[in-house]
Design a binder for this molecule. Structure first.
Ligand SMILES: [Fe+2]
Length: 409
């Protein structure tokens, strides 16, 4: 089953794409056919009470769970990056309730945990508005929380994603900082446009590398030019160097900005022996984000990454088609669905028997603004420019959303 989460306001218009209630859309695929489609709100305490951002009842369960889906340890989780994840029933996408790892998780749960393909361990973090600002966690392959430790950072920054290698955890601590006044203004009047995090370049930009198995005391920080990164494509270790490929914005939530500043695709190379750092532009003015990769190569050197392109549009985030980026020579293969159609994150589902670098399929929902039809589109990752090998028209519109997971049979 392909299942994707997104933000979909249930009770009132949401003032921001990030602040609707989580809704998951799942499609079951069996022997070459789509056999079921189902969408469900994540029944959070905020959904049940009709609360908006910052107005829900206290506690970790008070979040909208609207960003991502994760399949790990036989559980399907949804995450909104603030607060606890929610466990969903993979049979019908109904909500089982907030999931706190048997009472062990006392922080938020990122929307972007990383599952090590060798161990099956899930590495993740939570960031907070108040101390501890950043906490690192590991769950074993069965989903039991086996490690938690605080990573010391001086302030609350919005940390959306991170990366792992086979031996390292890589955090980006970038200058989008919690702004209490803006948060209070937002809660008082959600239509004010105030956002609880704001661009604060004086806070500095840095990337930290620490042991994957834990050991925040030995974290090594590398300074960068001010920037913001929502998403990394992947990272890997090469001798003394940790390499991380990221979708970089020159700023984020700066005054007057619709979204972020100039986007570029970057390769950060962090030398953990010498402290040297290089920040190389792989693609200039690159409006590609929501990256994905073959999950079997997570934390290992990757040849390819997959991005959603976006089109120049001063009025909105205008997502387009698919970019396949080849890191060996920085060439690209693209598929564009046409001007009225918009895709989302392309989830890579590997072919079971073939270990080649791009052996798999890329799945996303595509919506056509002119016809009103939404489809699940499937592209062979070895032949991106050829376009879909299959598309499944859906009985209703699927709103634009964020991140998906693949739930195997
Ligand atoms: Fe994300």
């Amino acid at each position: 089953m392909y299942v994707r989460n997104g933000s979909n306001p249930s009770h009132a218009d949401s003032p921001h794409w990030f602040f609707g209630d989580g809704m998951v859309h799942g499609i079951r695929l069996e022997r070459g056919r789509a056999t079921a489609y189902r969408n469900r709100y994540v029944r959070t305490t905020m959904f049940d009470t009709g609360a908006g951002f910052g107005q829900g009842p206290p506690g970790g369960a008070s979040n909208q769970s609207n960003v991502s889906c994760i399949w790990h340890g036989g559980r399907l989780l949804s995450s909104g990056e603030v607060g606890l994840p929610y466990e969903l029933d993979p049979a019908d996408l109904s909500t089982r309730g907030p999931f706190d790892f048997a009472g062990k998780l006392a922080t938020a749960f990122t929307a972007h945990p990383k599952i090590d393909p060798a161990t099956g361990h899930m590495h993740f973090f939570g960031y907070g508005f108040t101390p501890p600002f950043l906490t690192y966690h590991i769950a074993d392959e069965h989903g039991s929380l086996i490690h938690s430790e605080v990573v010391d950072t001086p302030r609350s920054t919005m940390i959306h994603d991170f990366a792992i290698t086979a031996t390292d955890a890589v955090f980006w601590d970038l200058p989008v900082t919690f702004d209490l006044d803006a948060a209070i203004a937002y809660i008082a009047d959600p239509s004010s446009g105030a956002f609880p995090y704001s661009w604060n370049p004086d806070a500095g930009s840095r990337v930290g590398v620490m042991p994957l198995t834990g050991g925040a005391a030995s974290i090594r920080w590398f300074e960068l030019e001010p920037c913001y990164v929502f998403h990394g494509v992947n990272a890997f270790r090469r001798g003394d160097e940790v390499v991380a490929d990221v979708c970089r914005l020159s700023s984020m939530f700066a005054p007057g900005e619709l979204f972020g500043g100039t986007p570029t695709h970057r390769r950060w190379t962090l030398n953990t022996a010498t402290g040297a750092v290089s920040d190389d532009v792989l693609a200039d003015h690159d409006p590609g984000d929501l990256p994905s990769r073959d999950p079997r190569r997570l934390g290992r050197e990757h040849r390819y990454g997959y991005l959603v392109s976006s089109r120049d549009n001063p009025n909105t985030v205008d997502l387009g088609g698919l970019i396949k980026h080849d890191y060996t020579n920085t060439t690209r293969e693209v598929w564009d669905p046409g001007p009225s159609r918009h895709s989302g994150e392309w989830l890579f589902v590997p072919t079971a028997s073939d270990l080649a670098d791009d052996a798999g399929y890329l799945l996303t929902y595509v919506h056509d603004e002119s016809s009103g039809v939404s489809e699940l589109v499937i592209i062979d990752a070895t032949a991106v420019a050829r376009g879909p090998v299959a598309s499944i028209a859906l009985p209703q519109r699927v709103p634009y959303g964020f991140h998906a997971a693949w739930v195997p049979a």
